[in-house]
Structures are given as C-alpha cells and as structure tokens.
Design a protein around this ligand. Structure first.
Ligand SMILES: NC(=O)c1ccc[n+]([C@@H]2O[C@H](COP(=O)([O-])OP(=O)(O)OC[C@H]3O[C@@H](n4cnc5c(N)ncnc54)[C@H](OP(=O)(O)O)[C@@H]3O)[C@@H](O)[C@H]2O)c1
Length: 312
C-alpha cells in the first residue's frame, strides 16, 4: 500500500530569510524542539530556569531577549497531573501565557500560543470550528482555555493555535512510542480504545505552520492546525502497527470504560482547520499521510524500528 507523502516534500522552509527575533518557551519539549529545528538562527531558546508562572522572571527574560515574537510551547501537559494539582496547572497553563503576553506587549512583540483540542467537551460528532463553544471536561482543558483568553486580552495581535494529539520521533513519550514499545515485545497483545477520537498530528506539521505564520502573518486570532480527519486511538494504533511491520491483529478494540483515567478526556474532538487552510500558508495532510511521512523518518533512526523484532 503506497500513500502520497508529497505534502512533506512541498513544505516550505519559510524562515531562511527572516530577521525577526523569535523567543521560544518550552523549547525542550516535543513541539518546542521541532519549532527550534525549523526556526532561523535568529530564534532564541528561553532558559528552562525561567518558570512561565513567574511574572517577573518572564518579564526580565523577554525584555532581555527583546524579541519580535514569543512562541509559547511551554505547558503542563500531564492531563491527570493537572487534575491532581489544579493550582499548578492554572499557574503554568493560564497565568503563564498571560505573563508571556503581558511581557510581549511590553516590548512590542506578538505571541503564538499553543493550545489544545481539550478546550472542547468532545460531545459533538461534527468537527469543531474556532467559533464553537468551548466546554472543557478537564482541569487541563480549562487551564489551557484560560491561557488562550489571557493571551488575547494582554496581547491582542497574537495567535492561538489549537492542535491535537501531538507526536514526535525526537522527543518524549507519546502514543506511537508507547504502542511501538509494546509491539516490540512479541508476546504482548494490546487493547486500545475505539471511543476516544482526535487528530494525530506530528510536531513537525505544527512547527511548519508556526514558521508560515511568522513569515507571513494572517489576521490575528484563534486557528485550528492539525493533520486532517478524525481517528480513534484504535485506528491510530492499527496504522502504527501496519506501517511498522507488526501484525495489527495483536491490537483489540475496547471501550474507554475499560480504562478509567484520573481526569476525563473529551471523547470526540475533530478540529476543523478550514480557517487556517483558507490562509493558503500551508497544506495540511491527512493524519495517515502525516504518519506515513513520520514513520519513514523513524525508519532511519538506528534501532527505532528494527524489522527483525516485528511480529508480522
Ligand atoms: N502533547 C499533545 O498531545 C498536545 C496536544 C494538543 C496540544 N498540545 C499543546 O502543545 C504544546 C506543546 O506540547 P508538548 O507535547 O510539546 O509538551 P511537552 O513535550 O510536555 O513540553 C512542554 C515543555 O514545557 C516546559 N515547561 C513545563 N512547565 C514549564 C514552566 N512552568 N515554565 C517553563 N517551561 C515549562 C517543559 O519543560 P520540562 O520538561 O523541563 O518540564 C517542556 O519543555 C502545549 O501547549 C500543549 O498544551 C499538546
């Protein structure tokens, strides 16, 4: 089975000629590292010692860097951890972006704030647009939604990019790495939920969208940016298995009732990206094409997908 990966080869590296100064928070994370990898030499990494929840540290850091843009990839992304420590979640995910936006406004910069599909309830069965009502079902989603509001209040010329189900071959523990780690144990069978639906999106795609916005800013506001088409966790796990050369029959579909989590997850969030696509800044691939492109890169990572360990 062969699928088109043309979108990847046609992605433009927009920033080669940019002179704007870009300050990236959360640069050691999955997305932040992809943003830095895409960005021009004028991009700076905010030191991790600067806690976004500390307004004075943030102001000092932003004043010192004097950026044109602040890209905020920093967040408390542990959804269950946020439920258990709501104070910290709101400090990092809500006050943090607010601090960055105030500091950015102070130096005449604009913010690109990264947000999440978790601002929606997931009760709809149609794709959510930027105009749809946000009703988060978790502390994480609520804290991220508050962060969005504070950015738009303190720095109105800014952008909020909502994305979904990020993964990266470079950093972090994410869904594909967890599935692959289990599939690499030949005796292991997996049960994966069919009733949690989102848009699996490689960090490289969001990094490219950020680059495109920096290079050619559209109207400020909220944009949905992700790979297209909804997928359940089960759909995605099967695709991961197939493309990595494992037997997808080792993966059984189950209901999320069988796997209770500390914090609720929205059940069905398909982000409608028409608003971003109407800017013509970047073509957004389907989630399957995006995954195919990513896995071809993973193949080249030594030891990442050793076909001798496949149970195909
Ligand atoms: N992961 C997903 O599936 C997903 C889906 C939709 C949207 N998003 C959003 O996308 C963005 C990036 O997510 P990601 O997956 O790249 O997250 P990640 O890998 O967890 O990275 C988060 C980054 O933020 C840093 N950070 C955490 N607390 C901080 C603080 N108080 N001050 C400064 N830096 C702090 C982390 O540093 P340490 O590691 O040193 O703590 C790390 O560099 C976030 O806004 C997230 O909400 C993620």
């Amino acid at each position: 089975m062969q699928r088109s990966v043309g979108w990847l080869t046609t992605v433009k590296r927009w920033l080669v000629d940019m002179t704007d100064r870009i300050l990236v928070f959360g640069a050691s994370g999955q997305l932040g590292s992809a943003v830095l990898a895409t960005a021009p030499s004028t991009a700076l990494e905010a030191p991790r010692t600067v806690d976004v929840a500390d307004s004075q540290d943030v102001l000092d850091c932003v004043r010192k860097a004097a950026p044109d843009w602040v890209v905020n990839c920093a967040a408390m992304t542990d959804v269950d951890g946020a439920h258990q420590d709501p104070q910290r979640a709101f400090a990092v995910n809500a006050l943090g972006p607010g601090n960055l936006a105030r500091a950015a406004e102070d130096v005449g910069a604009r913010v690109i704030q990264i947000s999440t599909e978790a601002v929606f309830s997931g009760a709809a069965v149609v794709a959510y647009t930027e105009e749809d009502v946000c009703q988060p079902v978790s502390v994480y989603g609520s804290s991220k939604l508050s962060g969005e509001s504070l950015v738009s209040i303190y720095c109105p010329g800014s952008y909020v990019l909502r994305t979904s189900w990020l993964y990266s071959d470079q950093r972090g523990t994410n869904f594909p790495t967890r599935v692959l780690n289990q599939l690499e144990d030949p005796g292991k069978k997996l049960s994966v939920v069919t009733d949690i639906v989102g848009n699996p999106t490689p960090t490289s795609l969001v990094a490219d969208a950020i680059s495109a916005i920096l290079h050619s800013p559209p109207d400020p506001g909220v944009y949905h940016v992700c790979a297209g088409g909804p997928a359940s966790k089960f759909d995605w796990a099967v695709e991961i298995a197939i493309w990595a050369g494992f037997d997808p029959g080792r993966i059984s579909p189950v209901s999320s009732d069988a796997y209770p989590t500390v914090a609720r997850r929205p059940k069905y969030v398909d982000l409608d990206c028409s608003k971003f696509q109407s800017t013509s800044l970047l073509e957004l691939p389907t989630w399957r094409d995006a995954w195919l492109s990513e896995i071809s890169a993973w193949d080249r990572r030594p030891g990442a997908l050793d076909s001798s360990s496949a149970n195909a």
